[in-house]
Design a binder for this molecule. Structure first.
Ligand code: SF4
Ligand code: MG
Length: 299
């Protein structure tokens, strides 16, 4: 993995971001991604330090703006492989407008939402995904709003083409989901439940201890059960990733934590492959168009 490693992560010991980094570096190695053709884009937050730890190109952006930056790179450089690392504050709060439209554009990007359900970098403020009752610096008596469910939101956006969930503490499925997201042509959105032992050390304790708490979604056309996954998951559910209604039910159920591909539609075209953006990507046509416009106003 050292071909892709850069520096020593500054994340806290036991932070789930470390597991995500390892899975992604493993993907880069297994797929033989060329570092000079690969770029990681992030916003602001603990998880947004991700590009610093990859020996590829990277762009540590501004708060909530990882997605428009990545979209700009996609339009200008169709030859690059582009990943986005964003947190729950970055994506679901300040960047929420960009997130909704990025899902709708369906550009070919692989997006990891590191959802630790808290603002970690700024030392524990409630985020949109914090469970109700979360005590934090901004909600000292406990948060009183229901948490936003990123899977349900994503499943409600027309044109969304790949929506999955992983948990950082099961590396076998984390890797398989990261890999499936990378191979999907379109906007691959993976919400990763990421532990923050610094500020919410008990949040996933029960999910980790109870063998049935996490349920593997599998299907012959999506995530297939390997012997490795069969060993790890006692609780399994066959789910057709084209069944969006069932995906919505699974996403909103609180009985178990679903892990796998909730929805995948390979037929939705990527924004950058449509005619309008073809114009943007062809400087000649742009130039000729602009010249024609200027001619109209010549004096
Ligand atoms: Fe990870 Fe939480 Fe530490 Fe941030 S504060 S590095 S999310 S454990
Ligand atoms: Mg967070």
């Amino acid at each position: 993995l050292e071909d892709y490693q850069s520096g020593v992560p500054r994340w806290c010991t036991g932070c789930g971001d470390n597991a995500i980094l390892t899975a992604v570096q493993r993907l880069c190695r297994d797929e033989g991604l060329r570092p000079e053709k690969t770029v990681f884009v992030s916003g602001i937050g603990c998880s947004s330090r991700f590009p610093h730890y990859m020996k590829t190109y990277g762009f540590h952006g501004i708060h909530g703006r990882a997605l428009p930056i990545a979209e700009g790179i996609r339009l200008a450089r169709p030859d690059l492989t582009i990943f986005v690392n964003t947190g729950d504050g970055d994506c679901c709060s300040i960047g929420a407008a960009h997130w909704i439209h990025a899902l709708r554009y369906n550009m070919n990007l692989t997006v990891f939402l590191h959802d630790n359900q808290i603002y970690g970098l700024t030392k524990k403020q409630a985020s949109p995904t914090s469970p109700i009752g979360t005590k934090s610096n901004t909600t000292p008596r406990g948060s009183y709003l229901d948490a936003l469910n990123p899977l349900s939101v994503a499943l409600g956006v027309a044109n969304a083409s790949f929506i999955a969930q992983a948990v950082d503490w099961i590396p076998e499925s984390l890797f398989e989901i990261v890999k499936a997201a990378y191979h999907h042509k379109g906007f691959s959105f993976v919400r990763i439940l990421q532990r923050c032992p610094e500020w919410l050390p008990k949040l996933h304790e029960a999910d980790m201890q109870e063998p049935d708490a996490v349920q593997l979604l599998h299907h012959e056309n999506a995530l297939q059960i390997s012997p490795n996954l069969a060993k790890v998951y006692k609780n399994q559910l066959k789910h057709d990733p084209l069944d969006i209604h069932r995906a919505r039910e699974i996403a909103s159920s609180t009985d178990v934590v679903p892990v796998g591909i909730l929805y995948q539609n390979r037929e939705i075209p990527c924004y950058e492959d449509t005619r309008q953006t073809g114009i943007l990507r062809t400087p000649d046509i742009v130039r000729k168009g602009l010249e024609a416009e200027f001619d109209k106003y010549e004096v």
